[in-house]
Design a protein around this ligand. Structure first.
Ligand SMILES: [Zn+2]
Length: 116
């Protein structure tokens, strides 16, 4: 049923994958240890990925302050939602704050329309 996951979870896994890419790139640099320039380039690239993920984690922190705590009607747990339409973090029940969207098919584009 759910091909979407909660937005914050999605961003969090993106940040986590950035850290992994950063470490893989830095690890790749070890193979070029005979050439200090290439190795330095790999190290800097890897560091950039890790810095990027730190920024994304910081962004999650900012977003988390704007989330609304709701009790999920599906599983009864307290979950956080972001924007007008989001998904329960536990059971992926679609959640909405907008009564006009209630009962409609879950669509993340509602959020994009509501922004800006
Ligand atoms: Zn739930």
């Amino acid at each position: 049923m759910a091909k979407y996951s909660s937005k914050i979870n999605k961003i969090r896994s993106f940040a986590l994958s950035l850290i992994f890419i950063g470490f893989i790139v830095m690890y790749g640099g070890i193979y070029f240890r005979t050439s200090p320039i290439i190795m330095t380039i790999f190290m800097i690239l890897g560091l950039l990925f890790i810095i990027a993920s730190t920024i994304v984690y910081f962004w999650i922190g900012m977003l988390s302050t704007r989330t609304i705590q709701v009790i999920c009607p599906g599983c009864g747990k307290t979950t956080k939602m972001l924007g007008r339409v989001d998904m329960c973090m536990y059971c992926r029940e679609p959640l909405t704050l907008d009564p006009t969207l209630e009962g409609k098919e879950f669509d993340e584009s509602y959020n994009k329309k509501s922004r800006k």
